[in-house]
Design a binder for this molecule. Structure first.
Ligand code: NAP
Length: 502
């Protein structure tokens, strides 16, 4: 039984979303009621901390998905017609509920996906702030009018009235590593722009995702306008993505999944944020202390399971030697692998599952077989991978050629910084890169050569602050997120051309 003991909170706030057995089976949301699912099939969500089952999620059937899509479709026009200020107040209330439940949601997330208390709490707080910011920014969006005589050959007489309208039904698919934040970063802008939303939460992280959907429901999103369908992506994903009712797909997840589903929603707008292998380039004049600190933080936070996590460092042999020495000095104070529930643990806990850990172990072993050297770490126990630093890595080795979603930082030696540019631009990923140099002008010029979404100068790759544009190129994504950019992506412009009587 979910027990809520916060002052002033209705005890039954999250009560409808599970059957309260031990472990509970959570319910999917058809837009009006929380339901167990007619198939009777469920999928377990196992805690990465100890493998215990946190809960089960129903696997919805195609018929249930059809009903959800019908509810989302029929409810959307009235929601879009609802005055913006009313939609805005629903968002602010949702943000306030999230703050009210901060501790509870933090605890759900720690157990479900193995985040540390600090990381889980920061995701919750950041999500509430993000929803408020979305709501404020939506109020500031303006349409425009365009006159005809600006274009050669046209007289005055035509005027285009350009307004923003909803796409219709937005399908929101989030990954396991930010199940609340990366769901809310789709749900809030979609709802604010007048869309209805079908949420497909990640299976690992699905319990946190369902709690978020419940909060939006309780904040006053009308019936049918928000729904949640559960079941693993490989079982229900195709049916959901291909559904005719879906007008837009907003997806965050791996590049492999993104590539697999992109073609299944033809002629529909896609907002895809996918994987990254985020390189760091260290120039000879870089501050080695700052650089080592940022690489450790960027490479090992949440056990390297961040899309913007640093995966490899490109520099000359001489600088690499200094940098690795500096990192080895800083590691004991900055990183302590362990149980994410323990206050002693710093940055590294278990990865999402033992099978994910086995994959990371294999990739490390393959690199070593091909000539890489383990400077520290490299071993696995259950779902725990030791914080690992590899040197002598080549760009073709799978540890960096494919995104390794774990606590592994690889060093690739280069003879010149042009070589670093070539390596980065030849990668199939293009999310973020970082350049470390004391000469900011050099950093800006170098940044301009890199074919990635964003370049950070003297800082590790990151998504925040959330109102900055955030995007991936190549296999790292399509479309742009960031508060205003997401609101624009979750809507389309509708020009109405008025031909004035002459
Ligand atoms: P994933 O395995 O690709 O799954 C992402 C989401 O897609 C999950 O909800 C998953 O559901 C669903 N899914 C899987 N197969 C599907 C299908 N055929 N049709 C529809 N949906 C499907 O990724 P993950 O392991 O959860 O997350 C880690 C990845 O996300 C990393 O690659 C990371 O870089 C990326 N990521 C990117 C960003 C960014 O902003 N660029 C941010 C965070 C994470 P199930 O869980 O039920 O399979």
């Amino acid at each position: 039984m979910v027990t809520i003991s916060l002052p002033g909170m209705p005890a039954d706030f999250f009560e409808p979303i599970s059957d309260h057995k031990t472990p509970p089976t959570y319910l999917y949301f058809d837009g009006t009621s929380w339901k167990p699912g007619e198939s009777g099939k469920t999928v377990p969500v196992a805690s990465p901390i100890d493998g215990s089952v946190v809960g089960n999620l129903p696997v919805v059937t195609p018929k249930e998905i059809d009903a959800v899509m019908a509810a989302a479709t029929s409810s959307q026009p009235a929601w879009e017609a609802t005055p913006l200020y009313k939609r805005v107040s629903v968002m602010h209330l949702a943000a306030d509920w999230i703050r009210q439940f901060e501790e509870y949601l933090t605890n759900v997330m720690i157990r479900e996906i193995g985040k540390s208390a600090g990381e889980a709490k920061s995701e919750i707080v950041r999500t509430a702030d993000l929803i408020d910011y979305f709501a404020d920014e939506a109020e500031a969006l303006r349409g425009e009018t365009i006159d005809s005589d600006n274009f050669p050959g046209y007289e005055k007489g035509k005027i285009a009235i350009v307004e923003r309208v909803a796409h219709g039904v937005v399908l929101a698919i989030a990954p396991f590593n930010y199940p609340v934040n990366l769901s809310a970063s789709k749900i809030a802008p979609a709802l604010l722009m007048g869309n209805s939303v079908v949420v497909k939460p990640p299976t690992m992280g699905g319990i946190s995702g369902l709690h978020l959907v419940r909060i939006f429901e309780k904040a006053g999103v009308p019936k049918g306008v928000i729904t949640a369908v559960t079941g693993t992506g490989d079982v229900i994903g195709d049916y959901v993505v291909r559904h005719d009712a879906v007008s837009m797909v907003a997806f965050t997840g791996s590049s492999d999944t993104g590539l697999a589903i992109a073609g299944k929603a033809p002629m529909k707008p896609l907002l895809f944020e996918c994987g990254g292998n985020n390189p760091v380039v260290v120039m000879p004049d870089a501050d080695m202390g700052v650089t080592a600190h940022e690489i450790i933080k960027g490479g090992f936070a949440y056990s390297g399971q961040r899309c913007t996590g640093i995966k490899y460092v490109l520099t000359t042999k001489a600088i690499r030697e200094q940098l690795v020495e500096m990192m080895l000095k800083l590691m004991p104070e900055m990183v302590k692998a362990g149980d994410p529930r323990s206050p002693d643990t710093k940055l590294v806990g278990p990865v999402i599952s033992e099978s994910a850990a086995r994959h990371i172990e294999e990739v490390i072993e393959a690199s070593v077989k091909n000539g890489a050297t383990i400077v520290m770490g490299g071993k696995r126990t259950g779902a725990m991978i030791e914080p690992t630093i590899l040197t002598g890595v080549l760009p073709t080795m799978p540890v960096i050629a494919k995104e390794t979603f774990g606590p592994v930082v690889s060093f690739v030696d280069v003879n010149s910084f042009d070589e670093a540019v070539t390596i980065i631009n030849n990668s199939s990923y293009g999310l973020q890169a970082s350049v470390f140099t004391k000469d900011e002008g050099t950093g800006i010029v170098f940044a301009g050569k890199l074919h990635v979404g964003t370049v950070q100068i003297n800082g590790s790759p990151q998504r925040g602050p959330d109102h900055f544009p955030f995007l991936g190129v190549k296999h790292s994504g399509t479309g742009v997120q960031g508060v205003r950019y997401s609101l624009e992506a979750m809507s389309r412009i509708r020009p109405i051309v008025l031909n004035k009587p002459q």
